[in-house]
Design a protein around this ligand. Structure first.
Ligand SMILES: [Zn+2]
Length: 229
C-alpha cells in the first residue's frame, strides 16, 4: 500500500540509508560503475532486532571494510549465533572471497547470505573459483531480483514521501542473465554471458554463447527465464 510518508523521522536507520539516486545507479544490473555498494543487516541470536547499515569502497574493497568494522565492534559476541545478509552491487572478487572465507573460519557462529546485483569480472577464472569457494564454505549467493530490490528500497533507501513502492524496475532479462551465469559458475561450466560497455553511446550490451554443456547441465527453467531460448 502506498503511504504519503518516506521513512519515519524516528526511524533509527534513517541516517544510515542511501539516497534513491545512489541506489538506482549502484544496483542497476546494466550499470558497470567501478565502485561497490554494500547494504547489510545483522541479526544476533534470532532476535527480532536487526542492525542495518550501508557501506561503499574506500581504499579497501567494501567487503574487507565490513570485516574490519565487524571484528572491531564492541557489540561482537563470539558465542551468539549471528546471521548476516549482504546486498552487494558487485559480487566479491577472488581476493575478497578469500578474506570472507577466512573471516567465516574465525567466526563459526556467523551465517552469511549474499545477494548480488552483478557478477564482478565474471569471466576471470579466479573470481569464478572464489564464488565456488564461498559456496563450499557455506555462503549462500543469489542474484538480486524484484523482491530484493523492493526490500532494499524499503529498508535501506531514503525514499521520498509517497514513493514507498517506487523501487527501480530494472529489466528482468538482465537479472535472469546473471542468474544463468551464476549457475554456470556454480556448475563449473564455461561462461556463456558476455557483457560489454559501448562508450560511444553509453550502452551496456550482452551476448549469449550457449554450448552443448550448458544445454545439458543447466536446468531448463533457468535457460527459459532469459527469454532468449
Ligand atoms: Zn574485492
Amino acid at each position: 500500500m502506498t503511504t504519503m510518508r518516506g521513512p519515519a523521522a524516528g526511524d533509527a536507520t534513517l541516517r544510515r540509508r542511501i539516497e534513491p539516486w545512489d541506489f538506482q545507479d549502484f544496483f542497476d544490473p546494466r550499470d558497470l560503475r567501478r565502485e561497490t555498494c554494500l547494504l547489510y543487516e545483522i541479526n544476533w541470536g534470532g532476535r527480532h532486532s536487526v542492525w542495518r547499515h550501508t557501506g561503499k569502497n574506500t581504499s579497501n574493497h567494501v567487503e574487507v571494510n565490513f570485516i574490519e568494522k565487524f571484528t572491531s565492534e564492541r557489540y561482537y559476541s563470539p558465542s551468539a549465533r549471528c546471521s548476516i545478509i549482504w546486498f552487494l552491487s558487485w559480487s566479491p572478487c577472488w581476493e575478497c572471497s578469500k578474506a570472507i572465507i577466512e573471516f567465516l573460519h574465525q567466526h563459526r557462529n556467523v551465517t552469511l547470505f549474499i545477494y548480488v546485483a552483478r557478477l564482478f569480472h565474471h569471466t576471470d577464472l579466479r573470481n569464478r573459483q572464489g564464488i565456488r569457494d564461498l559456496i563450499s564454505s557455506g555462503v549462500t549467493i543469489q542474484i538480486m531480483t524484484e523482491p530484493e530490490y523492493c526490500y532494499c528500497w524499503r529498508y535501506f533507501v531514503n525514499y521520498p514521501p509517497g514513493s514507498e513502492v517506487h523501487w527501480p524496475r530494472y529489466p528482468r532479462q538482465w537479472m535472469m542473465l546473471y542468474v544463468l551465469e551464476l549457475q554456470c559458475i556454480i556448475l563449473g561450466l564455461p561462461s556463456c554471458v558476455k557483457i560489454l560497455r559501448r562508450h560511444q553511446n553509453q550502452l551496456t550490451i550482452f551476448t549469449l554463447d550457449l554450448q552443448n554443456c550448458h544445454y545439458q547441465m543447466i536446468p531448463p527453467h533457468i535457460l527459459l527465464a532469459t527469454g532468449l531460448i
